[in-house]
Design a protein. Structure first.
Length: 419
């Protein structure tokens, strides 16, 4: 799969912004945000934002990592300025002990305003990666009531494990990724300990998916409390892979085949490759997985979206009856990294596309039936003369779209807002 890890530099740096031509009425950078719609934040080195959330008061939190493997967070005001009520500077870094660098990949906001970041580190100075979860108070300080001084780790005893997704449900914290060669899921209490009422008394579950390796990139909790994971698995190439569990951690046999769904998105040719990077559950219970796939041997990746019924079947009302859509954007690879459902049921996918030798921040929208919304875009934004990519997106209550990722040279956190 394509790495979600790039790296970031100290101070504020705004790159030259250019927008690829799009149809009239297309999504456009919001000039009231940052500098012409974009702001960038450097942490002194090499790093990037992985995800973004919007607080109820409209302030924006992004999380990722810096060059040293520290977890890194930035909070912005509604106008795109660093929020100095957050750690005095608007920025926080947290060093994790161990012999390997940490990697922060997931972000969630609790109802009480506390911020949860999940990823991986090597605790206790071992060389084995474990799920790592850090919780912060609303002011950016470590929440010492959580885990050990604000940090918790989960060891699956199945080799290396890394978290790629986190979700909050009531007082529970769900974290998903991989352990060994399969999907991995853990449920923690609000105090940062494993919830032993889940997973046959262990607080964790692992699942073999496909024929060899598999990794869960995303996690969502249904209204009935069942967790759904999405990622990829090996199965004659790589395919979109989803699993659903009961609230006690057993595979949900009412979903797909034995709780698992595998989908060839681009086709079954030699070298087919498809990865679900993100997941959203619609209000009607249908499940949308987004990511990327190639549609020909040796071909470029295309942005992909697949919709499933609540039972795990491909939704025949989506994508001209196939349940799947693939979209070529730009002159090379087009990668979907995050997905959200807007107020009208539209599906917005953020990621990157190529223009010449550079990647650009990219947004695309499908209507509720999977048709390309040409009145929206696709829209691609260059950040200076360097690679840039959306890695996380969120939709404000007013419908504006906030994205976070990396861009500029040296590479920095980049946050942009579109209207």
């Amino acid at each position: 799969m394509i790495s979600n890890t790039m790296k970031v530099s100290l101070g504020m740096a705004i790159g030259a912004i250019g927008v690829v031509a799009t149809p009239a009425g297309a999504a456009a950078l919001d000039p009231t945000f940052g500098s012409a719609g974009t702001t960038s934040t450097a942490f002194g080195g090499y790093g990037a934002a992985a995800r973004v959330v919007i607080q109820p008061d409209g302030r924006i939190v992004s999380a990722g990592q810096n060059a040293l493997g520290d977890f890194a967070l930035a909070r912005y005001t509604t106008s795109g300025a660093l929020d100095t009520s957050f750690n005095g500077t608007g920025m926080v870094t947290t060093t994790l002990s161990g012999s390997c660098s940490g990697q922060a990949r997931a972000l969630a906001l609790q109802a009480d305003g506390k911020i949860v970041v999940a990823g991986a580190s090597c605790p206790n100075f071992t060389a084995t990666r474990n799920f790592t979860i850090v919780r912060y108070n609303a002011d950016g300080s470590l929440d010492t009531s959580f885990g050990s001084s604000g940090k918790a780790t989960v060891n699956f005893y199945a080799g290396a494990s890394e978290a790629y997704a986190v979700a909050i449900q009531g007082g529970s914290i769900w974290v998903a990724g991989y352990a060994g060669s399969g999907f991995a899921l853990a449920r923690l209490t609000g105090s940062g300990t494993l919830d032993y009422s889940f997973g046959s008394g262990t607080g964790t579950v692992t699942s073999t998916v496909g024929t060899s390796s598999a990794l869960a990139n995303s996690l969502a909790i249904q209204a009935d409390g069942k967790p759904v994971l999405a990622g990829y698995a090996s199965s004659g190439g790589t395919v979109f892979a989803l699993t659903r569990y009961t609230t006690t951690g057993a595979l949900d046999t009412t979903f797909g085949t034995g709780g698992k769904v595998l989908t060839n998105v681009g086709g079954t040719f030699t070298g087919n490759s498809a990865v679900a990077t993100s997941l959203a559950i619609q209000s009607d219970g249908n499940i949308v997985a987004a990511g990327y796939a190639n549609s020909a041997s040796g071909g470029y990746y295309r942005m992909a979206a697949v919709r499933y019924t609540s039972a795990g079947a491909l939704d025949s009302y989506f994508g001209s009856g196939t349940g799947k859509v693939l979209t070529a954007i730009g002159s090379g690879n087009a990668i979907g990294s995050d997905v959200a459902i807007d107020a009208t049921g539209g599906i917005i996918v953020g990621g990157y596309s190529s223009a010449g030798s550079y990647r650009q921040l990219t947004l695309n929208r499908y209507d509720p039936y999977g048709n390309q919304d040409y009145s929206f875009g696709p829209v691609a934004t260059a950040v200076g003369s360097a690679n840039a990519a959306v890695q996380g997106l969120a939709i404000q209550s007013d419908g504006k779209i906030v994205v976070a990722g990396y861009g500029n040279s040296p590479v920095t956190f980049v946050v942009a807002r579109y209207q």
